[in-house]
Design a protein around this ligand. Structure first.
Ligand code: ASP
Length: 590
């Protein structure tokens, strides 16, 4: 038997028991007559003690053990004279009577402690060592628990877990597909699913009524810190539902998950239209942990001779609480330059400081007297000590810029409090988005999303401008400024689906070729249906106040999309290329 107990298990009640433990050497300390070793496994750390006086040979053997050696010890549980209250096993230690080295270890390239000195790529190359650290273990344990609770909840709600294929035909969801060459069908390719979207809709036509799957999805996108080329979704679809049915079910799921993994009781989720979110926060995923709601100023800021505002489509501002004195001239300069970086592209930044002594300092004092600025103060609900930041320009751009500033100030002022969870449903997204570069409409969610019933006549007969204003039965769940999930009520009628493809620039043949199977299925009694998918990795991270999903994925890819441990992607043998009929094509391209 390798062990009678784990390294996280023994307590004061176990004193005098003879036990066997196995684990890794976390650390050893040599204090002349005594040697102490911290023995670690997934469950915790237990202190071992070797006594030079009572067993010299054993003690010397212990002193030779290096970090991360794997050992097995037998010994007696003793009460510690100096207890460690920070450790669950801190009241006891094991007086070792026999020691067996099960395996040696090279010196690890980074410390296997809660705070490690390893850089990202090194930690990914030696992921097995990183996974030995308890923060990562806790993340993976959390993830496992979250998946389990998801299954429990959805099972009780009557959902059936169904697997859908990974080798499919491409489903356009806005990203590039990863493709897999088919050996048996020369020159043809499968695509890895960006999501099981069409399959879950087909399952509704198949009468499964409520489907879910915790499933890998693949998107060949340019990578950002919180994106991975393969990621996991909680993917769901339901039949005979309206928006409310879906929002209620998945609000229920979210509440269940927070309650049963974190012990956090979430209040009912507010709902906000996409238009309102853009107007009030300049973002379709506003962080509601703090205020700084936008105040539109066209009505009262124009007409005072300040050309910049007078000529702008939108003048809009936010009020930052309590910063009028702490934001010095140099901070203001720094913020202005930050806003002027090409990534944000603001032309300038106007501010109005309401100092605690009642004086007002602003960059636009020439055009607006104190009386006017005091009126603004009221409109913003500002107090002495606060500062208004104002931007102007083209509506959409200006809103987005002010969103960046709002988030930056929240960061500087530590307003994004950990453990404060502010969920929000954003609803009524536009159906289509006009892309000026390609001069085409794109589906804001995906091509299977239904317009609102009231907008269908406009969709069938409207002109170009009308198309821009069509609303969809589409929704996102946002928590603390992160998009956790999104979905929609789907089109279930062949003619309407065909019309949508047409608006999106598909020719009849292209639509038939790519989605004939779905439109065909719609001709055999497709029920009204809709669904949603949650980003599972993202949900794990957000619930734990983390910004990167990487540490919730056992084997993530780095920023270049590489798996540093197995060194993938990699070249393949010529014979393999031959078999896949790829070599010929490559030559053709030369
Ligand atoms: N397939 C969609 C996505 O991955 C989710 C959905 O519409 O259910 O975003």
């Amino acid at each position: 038997m390798y062990r009678t107990n784990t390294c996280g298990e023994l307590r004061i009640q176990d004193i005098d028991k003879i036990v066997t433990l196995s684990g890794w050497v976390q650390k050893s300390r040599d204090l002349g007559g005594m040697t102490f070793i911290d023995l670690r496994d997934r469950y915790g750390i237990t202190q071992l003690v070797f006594n030079m006086e009572s067993n010299q040979e054993l003690c010397e053997k212990a002193r030779k053990l290096g970090r991360e050696f794997v050992i097995q010890v037998e010994g007696i549980v003793r009460e510690r004279s100096s207890k460690n209250p920070n450790r669950a096993t801190g009241d006891i230690e094991i007086e070792v009577t026999s020691l067996k080295e099960l395996n040696k270890s090279k010196v690890p390239p980074f410390t296997i402690e809660d705070d490690t000195d390893g850089g990202d790529d090194l930690r990914m190359k030696y992921r097995y060592l990183d996974i030995r650290r308890s923060p990562l273990q806790n993340n993976l344990i959390f993830r496992s628990k979250l998946a389990l609770e998801t299954r429990k909840y959805l099972d009780i709600q009557g959902f059936i877990e169904i697997e859908t294929p990974f080798l499919i035909k491409s489903t356009p969801e806005g990203a590039r597909d990863f493709v897999v060459p088919s050996r048996l069908n020369a020159g043809q390719f499968y695509a890895l699913p960006q999501s099981p979207q069409t399959f879950k809709q087909i399952l509704m036509v198949g009468g499964m009524d409520k489907y879910f799957q915790i499933v890998k999805c693949f998107r060949d996108e340019d990578l950002r810190a919180d994106r991975q080329p393969e990621f996991t979704q909680i993917d769901c679809e339901m039949s005979y539902v309206h928006i409310d049915d879906i929002l209620n079910t998945f609000e229920g799921l979210t509440k269940h998950l927070f309650q049963h993994t974190l012990g956090v009781t979430l209040p009912d989720f507010p709902r906000m239209s996409y238009d309102d979110a853009m107007k009030k926060y300049g973002s379709d995923k506003p962080d509601l942990r703090f205020g700084m709601e936008f105040v539109e100023m066209n009505d009262f800021a124009k007409g005072h001779g300040f050309g910049v505002f007078d000529g702008a489509e939108l003048v809009v501002g936010i009020c930052a609480k309590g910063v009028s004195e702490s934001y010095s001239n140099s901070t203001m300069k720094e913020l202005t330059e930050w806003m002027q970086r090409p990534q944000i592209g603001a032309k300038g930044l106007v501010y109005v400081k309401y100092n605690t002594d009642g004086t007002i300092k602003s960059t636009i004092g020439k055009f607006y007297n104190d009386e006017t600025l005091n009126e603004w103060k009221e409109k913003f609900g500002a107090e002495n000590g606060d500062c208004l930041f104002i931007l102007s320009g083209e509506t959409e751009k200006t809103r987005k810029q002010l969103n960046e500033l709002r988030l930056e100030i929240a960061k500087r002022e530590s307003l994004m409090k950990n453990g404060d969870f502010k969920p929000l449903w954003v609803i009524d997204f536009p159906l289509l988005e006009w892309d000026e570069d390609s001069k085409r409409f794109h589906a804001m969610h995906h091509p299977f999303t239904s317009p609102k019933i009231a907008d269908i006549p406009n969709m069938l007969s409207g002109d170009h401008e009308t198309m821009k204003n069509l609303r969809a039965d589409a929704y996102d769940l946002v928590i603390n400024g992160s998009e956790i999930g999104g979905g929609s009520i789907r089109i279930h009628d062949r003619a309407l689906q065909a019309k949508n493809f047409e608006l999106l620039g598909f020719s009849k043949e292209e639509a038939e070729n790519q989605f004939g199977f779905l439109m065909g299925a719609f001709e055999y009694g497709a029920p009204p249906h809709g669904g949603i998918a949650f980003g599972f990795d993202r949900l794990c991270a957000v619930m734990n106040n983390q910004s990167s999903i990487r540490d919730y994925i056992a084997f993530p890819k780095n920023n270049q999309g590489r798996d540093m441990m197995i060194d993938a992607p990699s070249l393949i043998h010529e014979e393999q290329l031959d078999e896949l009929n790829l070599k010929l094509d490559l030559k053709k391209n030369d």
